[in-house]
Design a protein around this ligand. Sequence first.
Ligand code: PEP
Ligand code: MG
Length: 325
Amino acid sequence: QKAEWEKLKHAETVTADGKHFELAANIGTPKDLTGVHNNGGEGVGLYRTEFLYMDSSDFPTEDAQFEAYKEVLEGMAGKPVVVRTMDIGGDKELPYLKLPHEMNPFLGYRALRISLSTLGEGMFRTQLRALLRASVHGNLRIMFPMVATLKEFRAAKKMYDEEKAKLIAEGVAVSETIQVGIMIEIPAAAILADRFAKEVDFFSIGTNDLIQYTMAADRMNEQVSYLYQPYNPSILRLVKNVVDAAHAEGKWAGMCGEMAGDQTAVPLLMGIGLDEFSMSATSILKTRSLMKTLDTSKMKELADRALTECDTMEEVLELMQEYVG
Ligand code: PEP
Ligand code: MG
């Protein structure tokens, strides 16, 4: 098995019927690129930049961020790199940023909500400038985490456009092909995906949060982990809604939550038509190997039946047995 995976390292990801899917990696620091290369990643689908903030004793400077982003972009040599803007708050604290104590941090002041507030705006603009400056070194895609409303997306995009205009006025070179998208991790955004799709360049579904918010089950709480159900038909419907909305506007939809690398979920996600799967680098080769054996029209039939015939996660799993054994 290991030998077969090794052979797939430099191969394209193609299904039994010759369809291509993009298999990308989730990374936390430029050091993780070694793993991406060793496992044949076709891109970086999620660069979690908060480690830059957490591993530092003070706000990382624009130059320090620029160096990290440039290293990743150059390291991927023109392959797509999706960088997520800071996703702090929730469970991720910073010693140098005083965040208020909250009853429900996961429903509170986190991620883009901090970036768009008076407290976070300066940090956010610094990050956008560092990203824009680094953009000429590769194929950059920027995404905003925890978007609930179009108003938030527009506000973030406005800051991005302003920083871009400022840099250009200063004579700094900026790539003209940067895509700007959002994570879909709040049900409100998944439901309104058709509206978002008109304004964003892409979606990346963050199932770790999307599942916890849809099922109202804390992703860390063992007591309610039985409700944390990636294969629940409600989750599948949301995913389909997002993928269809993207495609209707000629955009692409990926997934960077754990579900994207879950071998049980992959056939369903292929059937739904997800374009890009981003996962821990160590899952890429086994996923490429699995996809090689699957036929997309069969997986589409599986997904359609799961979406129309199944009431429960258990029924979805039972149906899957018929298709992938
Ligand atoms: C997610 O929510 O699925 C995600 C990828 O983001 P994180 O796990 O960093 O919250
Ligand atoms: Mg998340």
